[in-house]
Structures are given as C-alpha cells and as structure tokens.
Design a protein. Sequence first.
Length: 251
Amino acid sequence: MGDFLINSKFTNYQYTICVHVPETEQPKEGFPIIYILDGLSYFPLARQVVKLQSKNSLKTKVEDSIVVGICHQEGTMRERRFYDFTAPSKKYHFPEHTKGKLVELNDFGGAENFTRFLMGELKPLIESQYPVNKIKQTIYGHSLSGYYVLWNFLTNPQCFQTYIAVSPSIWWNNRELFHLLKDASPNKLVSLFVIVGEREGFMVDDAKHFYEELPSMNKQLYVADDENHASVVPTTLSRAFRFCSQVSFSR
C-alpha cells in the first residue's frame, strides 16, 4: 500500500500517511504498531530508530513494529495542529509566553473529530491492509501533539495500549488537563510514558506535577539531561520505543 493520502469526513482535511512495515517474518499475532503524530517532522526518524534497533532486539529491546506517520500538509500544518490536537472549550486562555501569536488562529477544539478520524477511518484502513497486533498499539506525540496524547489517554484510554507524550503542552488553555485528571481512574491495561527535556523550564514542572497526580498504574517519567524542546525528540526516541516493547513483554 505504501504512503497514501486520506481525506477525513470527520476533520474535513487531507492527511498524508506514511507507513513502515518490517521486512522480517510476520508474527502470528501481527506486528506491534506505533502511530506517530506530527509525522511530517518525526516519522523519518522514528522509522529509522525502529528499523535499525529492531535488528538486535535482544540488546536494544526495540521490537519489529509497524510505524505509521500521520502528516499534515506542510502549508497548513501550523494551523491544523492547533485544531486537531486541542480539546473543545467554550473559552481559550493564551498564556504570556505565546506572545499573542495564537489569537490570530481562531480555530481550535478539533480533538474529538481527530479521534474519530483515528478510530473510525485511519485505524480500520491500516488494520485491513497490514498485519497489526491489536493489543500492542502505541500513540506518540511531541509538544502540542503530546498534549493530545495526554488528552486522549484521559478521555479515550481504550484507543491504545501505550501512550507516549514528549514535552507535552500541559500549559494549554490554563492547564485544563489537570481538571480531567481529577476524574481519571487506574487502568492496568494502559501504560503512559511522559518525557521532557531538562532545559524546558516551566514545562518540566508541569510534566512532574501531572505525573505525580496520575493514579497508580504502569507509568514512567523521564527528564532528559541537558535537552531542550527541540533536541529531546531525537535523543529519547530509542528510550520511548524501548518502553513500548517492555510494556508488550510484560503483558
């Protein structure tokens, strides 16, 4: 099937979907799968990490996995990220550090429709074309898509078994995720890995606070030494995918 375009009736947007499938023998239960948000930025690197490290899984602890990059179109990526990855709200609060740059966007709150796209359109299509292990599914997001990963984890924990949120924008809309966190309950079938760079200022405190407030479950927090908001992704992808495999083996 290869890379392809998909028009979503839920988001009214066309995404480019990039797919990496292992060339090794297919397991009876299918391959684990990792969905990469902001795929235009991170799919090539994620694919290479899985492709190279899975060649020696015994040492690297990274499994042969299908990797799916969900890509916005380059010309509209900035605007669409703020629609697809943010939850609906009657009002939006923009903190001082955004310096007024978000007010002009006007279109937020499409996370529910994006989830409908993921669950109702993309995942069924992928599962019809590739040998997917439906109990080893991961979603990965960074920054604003990391916020979406946490939002999805709190509101739709049945969508994936593993959630990886890197430098999540917990600050979004006056830290609204903490309100959802109050109603969260433990789920032994779901795992969460929160990663943040040591040099990300207030985002480190947000990540630590969020992690501490989580109910008892399979969770990890990693603060990457001397990394910033941009460098944290390439320096932690291996650790993130190792977490996926360790969770898989423990089930």
